[in-house]
Ligand binder design. Structure first.
Ligand code: CP
Ligand code: NVA
Length: 310
């Protein structure tokens, strides 16, 4: 179906909706998929910390009958101890696929180019496609039709925002993005999402006003203000992003039945107030659960002892 899973932008509309359809099947009938990845081994390269991504890939692989090998930041030192090319050329001799969480997006692309087995993007500084697939699956569960849904992203126009733009474009949803000046999503990503969105009627709007973005939204989404690798900027960003906190006042701009979403981990009291993340509108733990189901499907579509060159 596809060889690697690096960006939602690379998926056809058919592939995008097929992943969501299959995710529903595996969530409803996990037993039917048991052992489908028997004898498959997945290498998991992590240059950054993780709770959800690591656990859901490990549990997912166990439930499908396969095995995982966790490679911590100090094990591999991608690009420092060894180039992504050489890491890929070695790993393909022993395992059946790689998931990689890296700083540099190029490292994931280089790994995928180097080896004949599937590579899955488990978050880079640019994108977080597994997250956005799980999020749109969650939205389909909660809201039904994704077409014309209005999603308001409030905060940093970073990796999660980028992948949500690509997913919204494939789903035909509208997306308003409110960021402080200078923290907008990448113009290249926005242009590509707009291009993708022509096929589905999706529309995007950038603003520096969180209240405007939130108006009549079906979904309010936020992410941390300082991402992994940006710790040194945390204090500076906390001041700049303070008006962008998702709190009750901001939620009141959205539709009455709007849901609150966050990829997690959350910095409570910064980008989101407890009163919102702990409210009945919050679906953050459903998003986290669905990472498991959607990634099982992505692994099933890519692995099963297949290689890129036959
Ligand atoms: N949302 C997410 O990817 O969480 P982790 O960083 O804990 O994997
Ligand atoms: N933008 C965040 C997402 C964490 C899942 C980060 O990159 O740290």
């Amino acid at each position: 179906m596809f060889e690697d899973f690096i960006s939602i932008h690379d998926l056809s509309l058919y592939q995008f909706s097929k992943i969501l359809d299959l995710t529903k099947q595996i969530k409803d009938h996990p037993q039917r998929f048991k052992n489908k990845l028997k004898n498959n081994i997945l290498a998991m390269i992590f240059e950054k910390p993780s709770l959800r991504t690591r656990v859901t890939f490990e549990v997912g692989m166990l439930e499908l009958g396969g095995k995982t090998i966790y490679l911590s930041p100090s094990d591999i030192q991608l690009g420092k101890r060894e180039s992504p090319y050489d890491v890929g050329r070695n790993l393909e001799r022993w395992v059946d696929g790689i998931i990689a969480r890296t700083f540099s997006h190029q490292h994931v692309i280089d790994l995928a180019k180097a080896c004949r087995m599937p590579v899955i993007n488990a978050l880079t500084d640019l994108l977080h496609p597994c997250q956005a697939m799980a999020d749109f699956f969650t939205l389909r569960e909660k809201k039904g039709d994704l077409q014309n849904l209005k999603l308001a992203f409030i905060g940093d126009g970073n990796n999660v925002c980028h992948s949500l733009l690509f997913a919204a474009a494939k789903a035909g949803s509208k997306m308003a993005v409110a960021t402080p000046a200078g923290y907008e999503p990448s113009p290249d990503i926005l242009r590509q999402a707009e291009e993708d969105g022509k096929e589905t009627g999706s529309r995007f709007h950038l603003t520096n006003s969180p209240l405007k973005a939130a108006q009549d939204a079906d979904v309010i989404y936020t992410d941390v203000w300082a991402s992994m690798g940006q710790k040194a900027e945390r204090e500076k960003r906390a001041k700049i992003f303070a008006p962008f906190q998702v709190n009750k006042e901001l939620m009141a701009q959205a539709k009455k039945d709007a849901v609150f979403m966050h990829c997690l981990p959350a910095h409570r009291g910064e980008e989101v107030a407890d009163e919102v993340i702990d409210s009945s509108q919050s679906i953050v733990y459903d998003q986290a659960e669905n990472r498991l189901h959607v990634q099982k499907i992505i692994m099933l579509l890519l692995l099963r002892k297949k290689t890129k060159n036959g």
